[in-house]
Design a protein around this ligand. Structure first.
Ligand SMILES: CC(C)(COP(=O)(O)OP(=O)(O)OC[C@H]1O[C@@H](n2cnc3c(N)ncnc32)[C@H](O)[C@@H]1OP(=O)(O)O)[C@@H](O)C(=O)NCCC(=O)NCCS
Length: 142
């Protein structure tokens, strides 16, 4: 398994993974603008050229943010998400010491994942999502 920065060539597999999990609906243009943004850190995990997961961070000094993280359904619970998350959190020492994220209130799996990695519930944004679900805002401090 290899961790490396995301490139434009990864986008077909990134979009496929996103469709498979149906957890967000970014289009190719949105992923492209992340890859090209100087403040974004876009990382993938792959195995023999098959993309297993990805994460996108904004490294913005004290207010860094995890925008998106996902592991292919068949590969979950094998430590891939943890490796992707750690790769971004390791960058915080260079760019600041806090990382924020938003997650759907009902996404128990992701919330357990973030809590295991030291994220603490910071606040709740009521009816944040278009379907009326609340967002839980988490904060990580190094
Ligand atoms: C959240 C997600 C990225 C975790 O990826 P992963 O590769 O499965 O994560 P890991 O294998 O590194 O899991 C690490 C820990 O997270 C927690 N965790 C992960 N999946 C869990 C689950 N289904 N139930 C409870 N805890 C879970 C556990 O503490 C786990 O450690 P353990 O396996 O030793 O118990 C993955 O579930 C995913 O892609 N979900 C769909 C997309 C999504 O919701 N992204 C987040 C949107 S904000």
């Amino acid at each position: 398994m290899l961790l490396r920065e995301m490139t434009e060539n990864d986008l077909p597999q990134v979009l496929e993974l996103q469709r498979e999990l149906a957890f967000q609906d970014w289009n190719e243009k949105q992923f492209l603008s992340e890859i090209r943004a100087s403040y974004a850190y876009c990382v993938v995990c792959e195995d023999e050229a098959k993309l297993l997961g990805y994460a996108i961070f904004h490294l913005l000094g004290p207010d860094s943010e995890l925008l998106s993280i996902a592991t292919r359904a068949s590969e979950q619970r094998k430590g891939i998400g943890s490796q992707l998350l750690k790769a971004g959190l390791d960058k915080l020492t260079e760019n600041g010491d806090q990382c924020f994220l938003e997650v759907r209130d009902g996404n128990a799996k992701a919330r357990a994942f973030y809590e295991k990695h030291g994220f603490k519930l910071y606040s709740v944004r009521k009816k944040y999502y278009s379907d009326g679900e609340d967002a839980a805002l988490y904060k990580f401090c190094r």
